[in-house]
Design a protein around this ligand. Structure first.
Ligand SMILES: [Zn+2]
Length: 215
């Protein structure tokens, strides 16, 4: 799969999340993170999934054709979201992903690495979590996996359940895939502290929340 960073404003008419995106420059400036560091952290986040299942990611420059587009929210909300669009037809509840969006809130504080302050979000962890949604995974539960919805800085790598999910969808490393992956329906987000009501308000949406959330 290809991925790119947004270089300007992007409107995604049919997206439920990440409908309007822009470049990440403002987020990086606010959090004093160099662009090269963002690129490195994103690469590391993709590499986690790439090392776990039969899926490969390549960065490209053109945001218009990238299968996963990463940018900043134009209308800041919660912490981060993913949006997944699908090919129109598929067998039963399983569909092929056409394109995914990952958008981060540029007004939230971001960092690189953990440090115990769960109100400042680690770029790599958040990107890895949203990439997991972008490739078809949902939340398995509140905690214990990187795809769990609580942001609690307990680990920074994929956990066994994350890997099992990726392998279920894409097969184990080394398998030759004759067909494109078929993925379940999922759309998810990463939300801010105090967003518990948001978590339960819309059953199809999912959230990553801090450890003290009631969600
Ligand atoms: Zn999530």
């Amino acid at each position: 799969m290809t991925y790119a960073f947004a270089t300007g404003t992007v409107h995604n008419t049919e997206a439920r999340n990440c409908r309007d995106m822009q470049a990440l420059d403002g987020l990086l400036t606010r959090s004093a993170i160099p662009a090269a560091v963002l690129e490195r952290e994103a690469e590391a986040a993709f590499a986690m999934w790439q090392a776990s299942a039969n899926i490969r990611f390549n960065r490209i420059d053109d945001p218009a054709v990238a299968q996963i587009l990463i940018g900043a929210q134009t209308q800041p909300r919660d912490v981060a979201f993913a949006d997944v669009s699908y090919e129109p037809n598929g067998p039963g509840d399983v569909r092929t992903i056409r394109r995914s969006l990952v958008c981060l809130n540029p007004e939230k504080p971001w960092k690189v690495g953990f440090g115990g302050d769960v109100s400042v979000y680690d770029l790599r962890y958040a990107l890895a979590h949203e990439i997991g949604h972008a490739i078809g995974l949902d939340h398995p539960g509140p905690s214990g996996q990187l795809m769990s919805f609580r942001y609690d800085e307990q680990f920074r790598e994929l956990q066994p359940g994350d890997i099992a999910g990726a392998v279920m969808l894409y097969g184990p490393i080394g398998r030759t895939a004759a067909n494109p992956p078929l993925l379940p329906s999922v759309a998810a987000d990463l939300v801010a502290p105090h967003a518990a009501a948001h978590c339960g308000a819309e059953p199809r949406r999912t959230a990553l929340t801090p450890r003290d959330s009631a969600c």
